[in-house]
Each structure stands twice: as C-alpha cells, then as structure tokens.
Design a protein around this ligand. Sequence first.
Ligand code: SDX
Length: 439
Amino acid sequence: MSSVTERETGMDQTAKLELGGKEITCPVITGSEEEKGIDISRLRAETGYITVDEGYVNTGSTTSDITFLNGEKGILRYRGYRIEDLAAHCDFVEVSYLLLYGKLPNDQELHEFRMSLRRHTMLHEDMRSFYNGFPRDAHPMAILSSVVSGLSTFYQDSLNPSDPEQVRQSELRLIAKLPTIASYSYKKSIGQPFVYPQNKLSYCENFLNMMFSVPGEEYEIDADFVSALNMLLIVHADHEQNCSTSTVRMVGSSNANLFASISAGISALWGPLHGGANEACVNMLERIIADGGNVKKYVELAKDRDSGFRLMGFGHRVYKNHDPRATIIKAACDKLLAKLEIKDPLFEVAQELEDVALNDSYFIEKKLYPNVDFYSGVIYRAIGIPVQMFTVLFAMGRLPGWIAHWKEMHASAGKRICRPRQVYTGPTCREFVPRENRS
Ligand code: SDX
C-alpha cells in the first residue's frame, strides 16, 4: 500500500511516501510561480523503487529560469515577459537576446548583438556542395538537420561545451546561419541560384531576400511580411521542456557539441505530432477543401479513435485553454490577409473548423484548442513560404530557445548525463538453445 501526503514544515514542504511498510520523505520544490515538484532523487537509493511515467506527462526533468507556461490559464512568458508584449513590441533578434542572456538588451547591447550576427550569416563555400548531394525533392528538415550537424566539421574551433567563448561563437554562428541554410534548401528545391546574405538587411529582411530574390530582377521586401515573420519567429522561440527542447538537453547532457545537439532537436521537431504539425495542418485543411469543405465530417472523424485521423494544429500537452500563441497568430492572420486583400479558403476553413470543434463536447471535455500550429501556415502561405518549409521556420524561431536550454543545462550545478531508468517486462532468464536444437 503506498500513499503520498504533503506536510507543511515551516517554509519547506515535504512529501511522505509509504511503500510496503517503508517510509521515505521527499523534499518538495516550489517554483517562483508556486508550481510544486516532488524531488525523488533519493527514491531508488532509499526504497529500491523508481517511478514510471510514459511520455513524462507528470514528470519534470529539471528546474528552469527561461520560460513559464500556465496551461490552464493560457499564460506564456519568456524570462518573465508576456508573449503578447514581446510579440507586439520586439523583433526576433531582441527576443533571441532575451532568451540567451536573460535580459532585454539596451540599445548598445542590441546593436552589438545584431552586428555580431551579421558577421556570421555566410556559409563556408565548401558547404554549398552539401546541397548537390541531396535529391531535388529532399525534405528541407532533413537538409537542415544534416547541414547543421555538418557545421561542427567546419567550426572545430568552437565545439567545447565548457568554454564560454567557444559556446558564444557557436550560438552566434547557428542563429546567423540558419536562415542561410534554410533559404539555400528552398533555392535548391526550385533550381534557382543561392542568394548570398545581405548584411545591410535586418534578420527577417535578409531571410526573405535570400528566399525570394533572383539575380535577374529587384526584389522589394514587403514590410508587412517582415513584421509577420518577426512575430511568428518570436512566438515560436521557446516553450519550456517540449519534445525537441528536451531532446537538445538530452543530447547535450552527453557533452555532445552544440551543433550536434541542435541537429537532434531539429529532427525531433520534424515529427507531425510536434513542429511538423504546421505542415500537416495545412495539408489537412487542403484535404477538407478538396473534399467539398465538409468540416463537420472531419470533426467527426477526429473524434473516432479508430479513424487514426486527428485535427492537426489542435490539442496540446500543456495548454488546456487557448494557446496564447494561436490567439496572436490568428489576429495577425486577419490583419495581414485583410491588408493584402487575400481571401484564403484555408483561413476560412480553419476558422470554421475551430468554431465547430470548440462547440463540440468531445473537444470541450478533452480541452482541445487550436495550438501554435493551427493558423501559422496561413501566414506562411500568404508570405509565399512553401508548405514543406513551414517546420523549418518553426526551427528558425525555436533555435534561441534550444540554445538557452542547452546552456542552462550545462550551467546547472546538478548537471549529469540524462539516463532514465526503466521497469523490465521481458522474458526472465532462459537456458541458451544451440541452433541445431531450435524448432
Ligand atoms: C507543438 O510541447 C510543446 O510545447 C509543443 C509545442 C512547442 O511550442 O514546442 O507547443 C509545439 O508541438 C504543438 C502541438 C502540435 N501537434 C499537433 O497539433 C498534432 C495534433 N495534436 C495531438 O496529436 C496532441 O494533441 C498532442 C500531441 C499535441 C498532445 O498529445 P498528448 O498530450 O499526448 O495527448 P493525447 O495524444 O494523449 O490526447 C489526449 C486525448 C486523446 O483521446 P483519449 O485517448 O483520451 O480518448 O485527446 C485526443 C486523443 O485522442 N486528442 C485529439 C487531438 N489531440 C488529442 N483528438 C483529435 N484531434 C486532436 N488533435
């Protein structure tokens, strides 16, 4: 018989666990937003037991100062600042500084950071040949993960996780080069020449120019697209211990270099249940439109567990209320499409789908709301980003968050290699059978 009870003892709480007559008292960690966690670091040593929690639904991997989420209230803050304020008043480079260094930069700090990034936007010319090795229809997330890992072969002078200067060099190189690597993968896919970075341009202006300009004509950068892109990168910039960030921490905990750790995070983000949902969501909306726009049919399909169909861009492990990012993105969708006088059937269907789902008892009971991936694709399409690049844009946004968590993990006093336990359920010990005696 086991039970867990919390006892208030002065400032600190403890949790008492009774296991088969044994008793263990675990400290309770209280975060700055009053979140509570039971510290079970002594559990196995004192009881021989471990805990098991498939998918880590109830298990925290660490404490962190970077991002706070409250899924019940739909709250998201980076280093204490509300995502709504950051999206409204900052650009992506400023928010990247906040995530990496823990404070909003003053004018001088921001200027120096921008200039530092601009010195690293180019890729080593030998890396251009990487792209010749990929088939034309290679998925850009595969290219992104491969080329980012390849950066470690060109920057062997900045791989040591314990050297702050080498880490700073690597973080600048990654943030500066990801737009270049991404845009090269797009140009490769359409057979157009790669466009070199223009360091007189801002981060998002530069990305749009590398994506859409061609040697034969002037490319006019649309300020509305730049503004929308900054907002999208900001709302994607971090989200505490999500699947890809936990992957970056896990891989980094072995003292693998930052490039290798980020490459692993890119691969985790690619999954359709995670960052790949933005691409899957647009494909789903297009499927609904092709099927006559019958939204109710697909809502019913999503409710049938045996259908294998889910509303992509809907639901979240943490948010059981509106994802504040979806709210910000949806408002920006409205504004951008109205300004461009675009009537995108995808946006119409997405809004109808949201209305139908949010009034359906299945979604209400399971607290399933649109997440960050539900409307982002509509804006990416309006900008002209191809669907296969949507998750690449997510990775570009998430990069400063990944790096911040990797650095926080390395700076932690309790840092050790991540190596979860398990409960074995396979065959018990068996006598070996020589091959000639096997049936
Ligand atoms: C991101 O972690 C993060 O913070 C991620 C992210 C970030 O910024 O890093 O926010 C980005 O990844 C957003 C999520 C993008 N993924 C999708 O939109 C894919 C569709 N959504 C789901 O597959 C699902 O909601 C997850 C993966 C997002 C969450 O999965 P959970 O928490 O493991 O929940 P679950 O799969 O166990 O679902 C709980 C119930 C299930 O029904 P029951 O088994 O209880 O009967 O809700 C149902 C699910 O079938 N459900 C859905 C659904 N999502 C959950 N049913 C229909 N459509 C959906 N979209």
